[in-house]
Design a binder for this molecule. Structure first.
Ligand code: AMP
Length: 215
């Protein structure tokens, strides 16, 4: 199975892509994670990527397309996958089509998660994580026992810079202006499965799986 997960930041696309990947033995490929890892290094690419990531703006298409193209050039190229956060623009979708056609790996489906903007703002601005053990918390839904401190190791919890309200609203604007415009491209190919991103993780997972049975 070869899937793309599309959705605004905080829609749960990462969680669902990861779950599907682990249960169906697909490679989970998240360009956000790849770029966050890239940023940790002291390289020209890291310095190029940094300002876009911290302001919640999209990294230029050519950079991300190159990263993805390279993935398919390795001996461990993905053949069954759940792409999470790529493609994110029509230009990226076009570049990805070219890669997949060359590799003879047609897509199975494009899962689009729908969640209201205000719900997204609530979800994201409340996210915190432990910089040491990576455990995630939420101020409203999963608060730590002691405010601001990790239950497991006592480290001070941190907020992702791109989860600040101002940045979240900017990321939503970018999603509506860029990523949503890519959806008709896949709809025309009969690949889109629209899912309401509300309910428990397992409920949403079951809906996605059901929608894919119709592929
Ligand atoms: P995510 O974890 O998917 O929310 O991605 C975090 C950040 O990484 C985004 O706000 C962008 O700055 C960057 N990013 C991730 N994937 C892409 C992509 N396909 N195109 C451009 N920028 C991306």
């Amino acid at each position: 199975m070869r899937l793309i997960f599309v959705g605004p930041p905080g829609s749960g696309k990462g969680t669902q892509a990861q779950l599907l990947a682990s249960r169906l033995s697909l490679q989970h490929i998240c360009t956000g994670d790849i770029l966050r890892e890239t940023m940790k290094l002291d390289t020209p690419l890291a310095r190029q990527v940094h300002p876009y990531m911290t302001n919640g703006r999209l990294v230029p298409d050519e950079l991300v397309n190159d990263i993805v193209r390279e993935l398919f050039r390795t001996s461990s190229r993905p053949t069954s996958f759940a792409f999470d956060g790529y493609p994110r623009t029509l230009a990226q979708a076009g570049a990805f089509d070219t890669v997949l056609q060359r590799e003879k790996l047609p897509l199975t489906g494009v899962v689009v998660l729908r969640v209201d903007d205000e719900e997204i703002v609530k979800r994201l601005t409340g996210r915190r994580s432990c910089p040491v053990c990576k455990t995630s918390y939420h101020l409203a839904n999963k608060p730590p026992l002691k405010p601001g401190v990790c239950d497991l190791d006592g480290a001070t919890l941190t907020q992702r810079p791109d989860d600040r309200e101002e940045t979240v609203r900017e990321r939503l604007k970018i999603y509506h202006e860029n990523t949503e415009k890519m959806i008709p491209h896949y709809r025309a190919q009969g690949l889109v499965r629209e899912i309401v991103g509300k309910g428990t993780i397992e409920q949403i997972y079951a809906t996605i799986l059901q929608s894919l049975k119709a592929v």
